[in-house]
Design a protein around this ligand. Structure first.
Ligand code: SF4
Ligand code: SF4
Length: 215
């Protein structure tokens, strides 16, 4: 099979090492809250800087604190930030421009294929799951409605989801593979009072409303 027909991570870990703050991932507000919850349980220290846009820069010097050296993998792979899930796709938010990072080893290896991209279809074909993550980001960034992000812990969350569905549109449900019974929910089209009443305050690790204005 042609190694350049679809993006395949070479696990070189280059994108988990940051020698310059400019390269570090940009996170959505709810991601900052969520990784603080994970960090609390995992005993990891994290630092973030809020940017003018309302987004956050993750301050990482050297390897990411979630990088596992012995296995050369990401400890939070199934719940890593959208910026990491999208990589090597990059979004210039102000210009609404999609780019492909030349820092990625696979991109360097398959540069001819990458530079011949000339349609959205080509991008979807080459980066199917990364494009899925990009779509999730776009949905949150450019939504005209407020987006409610909640981290909730409890063993009845799955049953409560049906009640939430009655009023809210569920953008995302993430069940943590690291912390038992921890869920990250991204919702829109409903009120925080309704969400609080349905899930019960005691189980909520955090709840924030994101209204990012990048229209
Ligand atoms: S969260 Fe995971 S994928 Fe993202 S930089 Fe850290 S180790 Fe790498
Ligand atoms: S730089 Fe590219 S190939 Fe290397 S680990 Fe990151 S995504 Fe995979």
């Amino acid at each position: 099979m042609n190694p350049c027909s679809t993006f395949t991570c070479l696990r070189c870990s280059d994108c988990c090492y940051f020698s310059d703050l400019r390269e570090a991932p940009i996170l959505l507000p709810h991601e900052v809250y969520y990784y603080k919850v994970l960090a609390k349980y995992l005993g990891v220290k994290l630092e973030f800087i809020q940017l003018e846009s309302g987004l956050y820069k993750w301050v990482i010097k050297g390897h990411c604190p979630f990088y596992e050296h012995s296995t050369r993998t990401c400890k939070i792979h199934s719940e890593k930030p959208l910026a990491c899930r999208m990589f090597p796709l990059l979004l210039d938010i102000s210009e609404k421009k999609l780019m492909v990072s030349s820092l990625c080893s696979w991109v360097k290896k398959c540069l001819q294929v990458v530079t011949s991209i000339n349609s959205e279809e080509d991008i979807v074909k080459l980066f199917p799951s990364e494009y899925g993550a990009l779509r999730e980001l776009v949905k949150i960034l450019y939504s005209s409605e407020s987006v409610i992000a909640i981290a909730v812990r409890g063993n009845s969350v799955k049953e409560q989801l049906n009640m939430l569905r009655e009023k809210c549109i569920i953008i995302k449900i993430l069940e943590s593979s690291i912390i038992e019974n921890l869920y990250l929910l991204i919702l829109t089209n409903c009120s925080s009072d309704f969400v609080e009443g349905t899930l019960g305050l005691n189980n909520i690790e955090f709840m924030i409303e994101e209204k990012l204005t990048h229209q």
